[in-house]
Design a protein around this ligand. Structure first.
Ligand code: FES
Ligand code: FES
Length: 160
């Protein structure tokens, strides 16, 4: 057994203190230690985007990041996007409105990455959306609907 390392960060605005093996990925910390299973494990090596979360507002592939590197960070997962009164985030609503998922496995990562994409200013046109969302694979090939959803949410978030 390896010695545990203490790490503290906020997830969706709540403080967490975890004792983790130093090699624990942020993805496994979220799913197995914080009990937040909305973030999905697809490939576990940086190639599918299913594990995308926001760290201090920037999108991160949580399977590729060690949890202990996130000391003090503000992490946002799919569970933290809706407002406390239950209203969906504009990106979640847009995915519903445009049927932007089929099996849904890629969807939490798509939505988190899409929020980051809009916040980065990389969603101004469909080509940009496709390029800057290219790290998020969808085996169901819902891509046209995903692009349409991001277009809508981009405009809603601007009004926002
Ligand atoms: Fe992280 Fe696939 S699970 S990129
Ligand atoms: Fe099935 Fe994207 S909706 S993998």
């Amino acid at each position: 057994p390896h010695a545990k390392v203490a790490v503290s960060f906020n997830i969706n605005g709540k403080p967490y203190q975890l004792g983790l093996d130093a090699r624990t990925s942020l993805l496994d910390a979220l799913r197995d230690h914080a009990g937040l299973t909305g973030t999905k494990k697809g490939c576990d090596h940086g190639q599918c985007g299913a594990c995308s979360v926001l760290v201090d507002g920037r999108r991160v592939l949580s399977c590729m990041s060690f949890a202990v590197m996130q000391e003090g960070a503000e992490i946002t997962t799919i569970e933290g996007l809706a407002s406390t009164d239950g209203a969906l985030h504009p990106m979640q609503q847009a995915f519903v409105d445009h049927d932007a998922f089929q099996c849904g496995y890629c969807t939490p990562g798509q939505i988190m990455s899409a929020v980051g994409c809009v916040q980065e200013g990389h969603a101004e046109n469909d080509d940009d959306i496709r390029e800057y969302m290219s790290g998020n694979l969808c085996r169901c090939a819902a891509y046209p609907n995903i692009v349409a959803a991001i277009r809508q949410a981009r405009d809603d978030m601007k009004e926002g």
